[in-house]
Design a protein around this ligand. Structure first.
Ligand SMILES: Nc1ncnc2c1ncn2[C@@H]1O[C@H](COP(=O)(O)OP(=O)(O)OP(=O)(O)O)[C@@H](O)[C@H]1O
Ligand SMILES: [Mg+2]
Length: 232
């Protein structure tokens, strides 16, 4: 592994992705490059349908590319291979994902939802529970650990999802419109929390957002246009 690769928590070069579209293929990503550094934040903006979620899915190896290169913490992965079970545990350790729709498990209480991350990483134990409680405190959801997600507000649910994303001390947080379902005030709080977590936990943050002022608050702002990323 070269030192150059090791500098990035996550790196992608020349990612391309098409989807079947009738008889043809829809070109979504053409030549996307991305370099994520621990402790620094990047925002991605772009029109609806331009491929932002597709890009995050490729970076997280939840989907596979047509061509390109992908490195997780300097380690090379073939982005053209369909994701396999070994990716799931590796992803759980390295990458925290936050979605617009929270994706908390409705039958599990708040603490169990946060601990899911440890279960996926194969690291359940007393330490995980303690860390989960600390994180819930830190995101401001206290004394609610036994409640089911449906009892929480949207902002609180997203805070729980952020605690879950941070549990395994990931090197990268991928957040796909994490404030899309929230009112202005909760959105601002969640945004602040993500930026603070990125600094304090020394994780890189990739934030997909439609909000121009949130995009400006990150260290680097990118636009996704015609399948390529460029500085905003
Ligand atoms: N599994 C799939 N099969 C076929 N087409 C797909 C698939 N997934 C995404 N697409 C298409 O790829 C394009 C990019 O979708 P994507 O969800 O990445 O956009 P987006 O930038 O995240 O949009 P939004 O801002 O609305 O969330 C869209 O035209 C979408 O219809
Ligand atoms: Mg999307």
């Amino acid at each position: 592994m070269s030192d150059d690769n090791k500098r990035f928590a996550l790196e992608a070069k020349g990612l391309a992705k098409t989807f079947p579209y009738g008889e043809e293929r829809l070109k979504v990503l053409v030549d996307a490059d991305m370099r994520v550094v621990a402790g620094r934040s990047i925002s991605i903006r772009g029109e609806s349908g331009c491929g932002k979620t597709t890009l995050l899915n490729l970076l997280a190896r939840l989907d596979f590319a047509d061509t390109g290169e992908l490195y997780w913490n300097g380690e090379s992965y073939d982005p053209k291979l369909p994701p396999g079970p070994r990716d799931a545990a590796r992803r759980a350790c390295l990458i925290g994902v936050v979605y617009q729709a929270y994706y908390l498990i409705p039958e599990m209480n708040v603490l169990e939802n946060v601990l899911l991350a440890a279960r996926l990483a194969g690291s359940m134990g007393k330490d995980a529970k303690q860390r989960a409680r600390e994180l819930l405190n830190r995101v401001g959801v206290t004394n609610r650990e036994r409640q089911l997600p449906q009892k929480l507000s949207g902002g609180e649910r997203q805070r729980v999802a952020i605690a879950r994303a941070l549990l395994n001390r990931p090197k990268v947080i991928l957040a796909d419109e994490p404030t899309g379902n929230l009112d202005e005030r909760s959105a601002g709080d969640v945004m602040e929390l993500l930026l603070e977590a990125c600094r304090e936990e020394d994780a890189g943050l990739v934030l997909v957002t439609h909000n121009p002022s949130f995009a400006k608050a990150t260290d680097e702002a990118l636009n996704l246009v015609k399948g390529e990323l460029s500085p905003a």
